[in-house]
Design a protein around this ligand. Structure first.
Ligand SMILES: C[S@@+](CC[C@H](N)C(=O)[O-])C[C@H]1O[C@@H](n2cnc3c(N)ncnc32)[C@H](O)[C@@H]1O
Length: 202
């Protein structure tokens, strides 16, 4: 039987489920998370995700924080554990990923996560920080639209932290963001990944 081709950003992955447990150790945190086929990071915690969690500044201790494209939830759950007084919005289009994030948040005792599809985030929601390993594989046009939809929802003076592989166009993305009027800084370059800090231009 041939296995249907699937992309990690499909709403309902066609590939049959085969759950797997992965371990994520960051600082004092030692998390055991479930992932699955049809979800980004199905074989283990992505290296870019690890670089982002190790190198980006910690989240604000209160307020609203967005994990844009949460997958099975590694970023959202670390943010929630580091900032139990903040509300973490974990947003994705992939329903299998959202179910995993819900289950992983519950298992990790992270009650301060709201897991939802992008269209169910209230229009008036604004964020004190955004963290994202963005879905570069959707293509340049859809990626640009996604960033233009969410980055302007940062509160004044607040920043987004994006991790993007150098080989997948981190530098051209930084240039494009600057052309759109954002203040962009390369915070770190590590293991082939860049961490970009993106703020509204002053
Ligand atoms: C590179 S993966 C990162 C997943 C997870 N944060 C991690 O670090 O393992 C990007 C995620 O963005 C999601 N995505 C794709 N298009 C999206 C959209 N329009 N809105 C929100 N999430 C989207 C994908 O389904 C995928 O889970």
């Amino acid at each position: 039987m041939s296995i249907p081709k699937t992309q990690y950003f499909e709403a309902q992955p066609a590939v049959p489920s085969r759950p797997r447990t992965v371990r994520l150790r960051i600082g004092e945190l030692d998390l055991t998370l479930q992932t699955d086929r049809g979800v980004f990071g199905s074989k283990g915690v992505d290296l870019g995700t690890r670089v982002l969690l190790q190198e980006a500044p910690p989240p604000p201790l209160k307020g609203e924080v967005l994990d844009l494209g949460c997958g099975y939830g590694p970023i959202a759950i670390v943010l929630a554990k580091l900032a139990p007084g903040a509300r973490i919005w974990a947003v994705d289009v992939n329903e299998r990923a959202l179910e995993l994030t819900r289950a992983n948040a519950e298992a990790a005792g992270a009650a301060n996560i709201t897991v939802c599809t992008p269209d169910t985030v209230p229009d008036e929601a604004r964020f004190d920080a955004i963290y994202s390993n963005p879905p570069v594989r959707v293509g340049k046009g859809p990626l640009h639209s996604l960033l233009l939809e969410w980055l302007p929802r940062l509160n004044p003076g607040c920043a987004a932290y994006l991790v993007v592989q150098r080989n997948l166009g981190s530098d051209s993305l930084a240039k494009w963001l600057a052309e759109q009027g954002f203040a962009v800084r390369r915070l770190k370059s590590k293991k082939g990944y860049r961490i970009l800090e993106v703020k509204a231009a002053p």
